[in-house]
Design a protein around this ligand. Structure first.
Ligand code: PEP
Ligand code: MN
Length: 342
């Protein structure tokens, strides 16, 4: 159920509707928009009778939602969501968001060498895993909490916002302590207890698409987070598994306009995991921006040949500089159209 308030509805009328929703045993999610507030109702198993709400003061209409998702949908919020990270940085607004850094935090010297370059490029976000989801249990698993402490020092030194992965619910507690944005990795996209925990966090969430997730599965994973009350979510297309073996994954650029058509959530592209190959990162980053992504997440290393994970897809610092210059000029060209399409 979606309750659309009249454009002149007052705050107290919105609150009165929320009280009725609660009395029925459901949860109301108010979404203030440019022209009106809508309230998404969750927690109901079957259909809710619209007549509970239709005659309440300030209500324009109560609509049954036939799609599987409610809160991520443009029906609830026609304007794009702008996700705020660490107070003053945003994803989903006019500025192209660039999240860059190593796959894994390996040492203080490594993190600082890369962060220096990321800061100089004008990017606002620094990525780096302290806990790594590795295919083999014998591969480098990340520095753990020590890695998070290094990330927190990077934030203090350079003012970059820290985006880092939580592998489990306890990991969310730690990211809340040291970071600015919780990354949920492809392998965890349907870890429902992790999604619920992230939904209770005050930090925004970067939700990667699962290795073989359909669009609906990915959006419903975001819905899990939102249903718990955290509306600050950025979706990330990072490639899916196909029969193609010339790339690590197949980067699904069509996911960007497909998400746009259904959801108000910002969506970014990861051409690093999306291709797995250094020489493909730049062309696919360009394409991601051209197709309308709100940002990019890029793996960069000061010494890719010595990287402890994902060295084959890491850009050198010089390559990264060049990438930022190129994608910014593409973004400037397409931004007027992107604004009209929103
Ligand atoms: C990563 O960003 O380093 C990562 C592990 O990504 P994904 O979950 O997309 O594989
Ligand atoms: Mn990686």
């Amino acid at each position: 159920m979606l309750i659309v308030m009249k454009s002149d509805a007052t705050d107290s009328q919105v609150e009165a509707v929320l009280r009725v929703v609660e009395q029925l045993g459901f949860r109301g999610h108010p979404m203030p928009g440019a022209t009106r507030t809508a309230i998404g109702v969750t927690g109901n198993q079957g259909a809710v009778d619209p007549s509970h709400f239709e005659n309440l003061a300030g209500v324009a209409e109560a609509i049954r939602v036939s799609k599987p998702y409610k809160l991520i949908s443009l029906d609830l919020r026609p304007e794009k969501t702008i996700v705020r990270v660490g107070g003053d940085a945003t994803i989903g607004g006019e500025e192209l968001a660039i999240i860059a850094g190593p796959c894994a935090i390996e040492s203080r010297a490594q993190a600082f060498a890369i962060a220096e370059s990321v800061r100089r490029s004008g990017a606002r976000f620094f990525r780096g895993g302290a806990y790594k989801p590795r295919t083999s249990p014998y591969a480098f698993q990340g520095l753990g909490e020590e890695g998070l402490r290094i990330l927190a020092d990077v934030r203090d030194a350079y003012g970059l916002k820290i985006v880092t992965e939580a592998l489990d619910e306890a990991g969310v507690d730690l990211v809340e302590k040291y970071g600015d944005m919780i990354q949920i990795g492809a392998r965890n996209m349907q870890n429902f207890s992790l999604l619920r925990r992230a939904g209770k966090s005050r930090l925004p969430v970067l939700l990667k698409r699962g290795l073989s997730a359909t669009l609906d599965e990915w959006l419903l994973a975001a819905e899990y987070v939102m249903a718990e009350g955290n509306y600050q979510i950025v979706l990330c297309e990072r490639g899916i598994r196909t029969f193609a073996d010339h790339t690590r994954n197949t980067l699904d650029l069509a996911a960007i306009p497909a998400v746009r058509r259904l959801s108000h959530l910002p969506v970014i592209i990861d051409p690093s995991h999306g291709t797995g190959r250094n020489y493909m990162v730049m062309p696919l980053a360009r394409a991601g921006v051209a197709v309308g992504a709100d940002g990019l997440i890029i793996e960069v290393h000061d010494q890719p040949e010595h990287a402890l994970s994902d060295g084959a897809q890491a850009l050198t610092l010089d390559q990264y500089d060049e990438l930022v210059r190129e994608v910014r000029s593409i973004h400037e060209v397409i931004t007027p159209a992107a604004v009209v399409n929103r």
